[in-house]
Design a protein. Sequence first.
Length: 572
Amino acid sequence: MPALFVIQGFNRGARFDFDGDTGAVSIGREAGNQIKLDDHEVSRRHAEIRRVGESYIVGDLKSSNGTFLNESKVERAELASGDRIRIGRSVLLFSGDGREPPGLATIDIVGGDGDADGSRIVRSMREEDSIVLAAPAEDAQNRWLARARSNLQVMYRTALAVSHTLDIDELLGRILQLVFEWVEADRGCIMLLDPDTRELTSKARRDRRAGDTGTMAISRTILDYVLDRSEGVLTSDAQDDDRFASGNSVVRTGVREAICVPMRGRYGTVGVIYVDTMVPLVESLDRRRFSDDHLKLMIAIGHQAALAVEVTTYYSAMVQSERLAAVGQTIATLSHHIKNILQGIRGGSYIVEMGLENEDVSVVEKGWDIVRRNQDKISSLVMDMLSFSKEREPDPMPSDLVALIDDVIETVRQRAEESGAVIQWDRPGDLPRLLFDPVGLSRAVLNVVTNALDAVEGRSAAAVTITAQADTEAGMARITVADNGAGMSPETLAEIFTLFVSTKGARGTGLGLTVSRKILREHGGDIHAASREGEGSAFVLEFPLRLPDRGGDDADSADTLGAAESRPTVGP
């Protein structure tokens, strides 16, 4: 039975089997998928695998980041056993017969303190002695140059490999792949030291033959020697060890030669790289595959890999630190704003209580009005926080953009009347039904209109003008919100979309415009702003112009064309 194995990403190690009767198996981030991946770069419904006859086809479901088969972006492709599917930062291996790939748990460290585990160190070497370009005196010049060029190429390709990724799993996999190109090894693995327990944990394994999935036994003697002395070692259990036929664990695994080197970075040893050869006991053991040159190269590779691991670890720690700092800033900013809202609610409640005690309805109404306004503020704040913090893909559906703006204006009507502002809504009569997410877009428009009303508060002849149009040439739908407020300086204009930066002082959270831009960008659009001091500001919200499929359930959407009427001005 075919199966998928997650070999990279948060769900690493998970297995998903295909039932022979199953049609399409969906892959995505939301819980409704048969294969759910906890990966923020994976779309809610990202891809699917469908059985067609005796074949299995992978197809992309119009995902945001695409689906890759063996590192080639695909819309639809047939799967073969061993193919790798990359979705977001997750990599899945397709197995046609359901057989598991070589697992990291199949690496076993054998032997211990004082155990005679059959391993003998033939050569050891420190990092400072492993100069791969040093010319031995007995070598001819041309032979030395050839080897030097080869070694230089090895180190160059290693440097490229470790500099192009910040993913530990991907990095270690690349290192083992390159090692196998340069060293005639049968098996190899990379183990990292746990920072807390200082125990070795297997992180990557590679076998030259795909079918070799058995347990990989590694001598504890070798590992302890490498870690204690920070030296790379070349060992042989065949030619140089008279205990080769003694029946111990290493002999039973058929290990002939091995190289183990420390991964030593700037701040210490982070792990080891181990490779060995496997031959049946009956074969000739005359030829040695590993030499001092291989040991030197492996030491240099181990050093490069260790530096990359340290950089990746440092980067992860830095990202975590920045996240914690952002959380602290968020809490401080929002706490201050919530405190102001709660003070308003407390003040309004006090006035309500005073009116009830004196049986004065007008005082009660005044106090309740203060409570209601602050309730609206905290509701708006919570909605902005949810919109900004939640990773959300738009849920486009055929919707009426004119009706959406009507609803927004109705929401802010009382606010406009209280501040003496006029909302001029140039209602278009030729705007068709469009495909967009009405919930998200309504939030974005409401934030911008509310900001415009704040900008004109207290000004004479205060006005906010709203227009909407479908630009068929550019393929964009546009909503423009303009005000005749005080305007902004170029320096202020450049920062208005920065999180927690507000032009309203203590009255603003600095979330509204940031949330609106996030929503528009999720739609594939954006927000553009222009402003001049003393003249006012204008915000243009645009998103791709997409019409509903006339052949579907919304075939009557053309009925909205030209059906709208002019709406009177909203104001006091």
